[in-house]
Design a protein around this ligand. Structure first.
Ligand code: SF4
Length: 378
C-alpha cells in the first residue's frame, strides 16, 4: 500500500503547505500494527523540486528511515500509461512507474484552498501520482465550447477541473485521511493563510471525506464550488445511484454533530486584485508552480508593491499559456516560459519554468529604478 501525503514543495513543516509528518506517522503506526503489508511512502513534487529534499525538509526523515517503510521518488522509474476510455478531455495519462506496486492508496493531503480548483483535498492529492511534468499538461488544456456549455450548470468549471475529474476513472484513493491539523485558506495552495484546526477527517469513501472537509471550512459552499468533485459525484451517480451524494447531509458522520469542529476559513480570491488592489494578474492555463511563484512574490513584497504601484498604474503580471487576447504594455511582466508567445507584443519577459521569485523581484526592482532615473532626468 502507498501512503501518499502532499509533499510537493521544499518547505518548512511550520508553513503547513505540505502534510504534517505527525499525521502520516500516526497512519503508519496504525497500519503497521494491524496489517502485514508492504508500506510505501512517496509523492511526485511540483516541477524543479527534489522529492527527497522536499520530504526531508518537511520533517519526514524519521519515516524515511523507518525499516518497515520504503520511501519512493515516484518519478524515478519509467512511467506507465493508463488509458482513460471515457475521459472527456483526457484519453490517457502517464503515471508513476511504481503504479503496479500499489494495491491500496491512502491519500493524506493537507486541507487547503486552491486558486485554480477551489480546494485541494484527498482526490486532488492523487494528481501527485501523475508522472513528472505530465501534471502540468492538465493546466494547459483548452476546450472553449465545451466549457462554455458546462458553465450553464457549473459556473466555475475550467478545463483543469474536467481533466482532474477524468482521472477518477483510473486513479482513486482507497482511504482518505485529511490532515486539518493546520489548514490553508485564501491564496492556496502555497501563499494562503494558515489556521490551526487540530482536526483529522478520515473515510474509506474519499468523496465523503472531501465533502466533510469542505463542510468544516467552507460551510456556505456547495460542491459546485469545487467543480472536479461535483463532476466526480455525477460520474459516481451514473454507475451507482446509491453511493451518490453532493452534500454533507447525505453522509453518515461520526460524531453525528460536528458543528463544534466547523471553522470557516477564507476561500480563494476570484482575482488577486481583491487582496492586492494595485496588481492585475492575468492567469490563464497556468500551473501551480507559476501561481506559487507569483503568489509568494506578492505576499513577500507587499510593501514594495503598495509603495510603487497604484490602481491607475498597477503592476501587471501574466502567467500561463492562455492569455493570447490580452493587451500587453511595455511594463507588463510576462512571467515564465509559457508567456513566451506574447514576447513580440511587448512587455518584460522573465524566463523560467517555473520562474524564480528572486528573478521576478530583480526585474521589478530594475524597472522601478529605471522609472526613478527617468523621472529624475525630466
Ligand atoms: S512556465 Fe509556469 S505555467 Fe508554464 S509550465 Fe512552467 S511553471 Fe507552469
Amino acid at each position: 500500500m502507498l501512503l501518499k501525503p502532499n509533499v510537493g514543495r521544499e518547505t518548512d513543516p511550520k508553513q503547513a503547505i505540505n502534510t504534517n509528518p505527525l499525521v502520516v506517522e500516526a497512519v503508519f503506526e496504525f497500519l503497521e500494527e494491524k496489517y502485514d503489508a508492504q508500506i510505501f511512502l512517496g509523492d511526485s513534487p511540483i516541477i524543479m523540486t527534489d522529492s527527497k529534499k522536499a520530504f526531508k525538509q518537511s520533517g519526514f526523515e524519521r519515516l524515511m528511515e523507518e525499516k518497515k517503510i520504503t520511501w519512493l521518488n515516484l518519478d524515478e522509474k519509467k512511467p506507465k500509461t493508463l488509458p482513460i476510455k471515457d475521459g472527456i478531455l483526457l484519453k490517457k495519462i502517464r503515471v508513476t512507474g511504481y503504479w503496479e506496486e500499489f494495491d491500496y492508496i491512502i491519500s493524506i493531503p493537507v486541507l487547503k484552498m486552491h486558486m485554480h480548483t477551489g480546494a485541494t483535498l484527498s482526490f486532488k492529492n492523487c494528481k501527485g501520482l501523475i508522472y513528472k511534468r505530465d501534471k502540468i499538461k492538465l493546466h494547459h488544456l483548452e476546450a472553449i465550447p465545451l466549457i462554455k456549455k458546462m458553465r450553464e450548470e457549473i459556473p466555475k468549471v475550467k478545463e483543469l477541473d474536467v481533466a482532474i475529474a477524468d482521472l477518477y476513472q483510473v486513479i482513486k484513493p482507497d482511504l482518505a485521511v485529511i490532515d486539518a491539523s493546520y489548514v490553508i485558506g485564501g491564496m492556496g495552495p502555497s501563499a494562503g493563510e494558515k489556521t490551526k484546526l487540530d482536526t483529522i477527517i478520515a473515510s474509506d469513501n474519499f468523496l465523503a471525506a472531501d465533502i466533510v472537509a469542505l463542510a468544516l471550512t467552507q460551510p456556505k459552499w456547495t460542491l459546485k464550488d469545487v467543480p472536479h468533485l461535483y463532476l466526480i459525484s455525477k460520474e459516481i451517480k451514473k454507475n451507482d445511484d446509491n453511493s451518490f451524494f453532493t452534500s454533507v447531509n447525505d453522509i453518515q458522520n461520526n460524531p453525528k454533530d460536528f458543528t463544534s469542529f466547523v471553522h470557516e476559513i477564507a476561500g480563494p480570491p476570484d482575482t488577486v486584485t481583491i487582496k492586492y488592489p494595485n496588481v492585475i494578474l492575468y492567469s490563464k492555463n497556468s500551473c501551480s508552480s507559476c501561481v506559487s511563484t507569483v503568489s509568494l512574490f506578492l505576499k513577500n513584497n507587499k510593501d514594495l508593491i503598495d509603495k510603487n504601484f497604484t490602481k491607475e498604474n498597477p503592476l501587471r503580471l501574466v502567467i500561463g499559456t492562455g492569455n493570447k487576447d490580452i493587451k500587453v504594455y511595455e511594463d507588463t511582466f510576462l512571467v515564465g516560459n509559457c508567456t513566451m508567445n506574447l514576447r513580440d507584443k511587448n512587455g518584460i519577459f522573465i524566463r523560467g519554468c517555473p520562474p524564480v521569485q528572486s528573478v521576478l523581484l530583480k526585474n521589478v526592482s530594475e524597472y522601478l529604478s529605471q522609472l526613478e532615473k527617468d523621472s529624475e532626468g525630466n
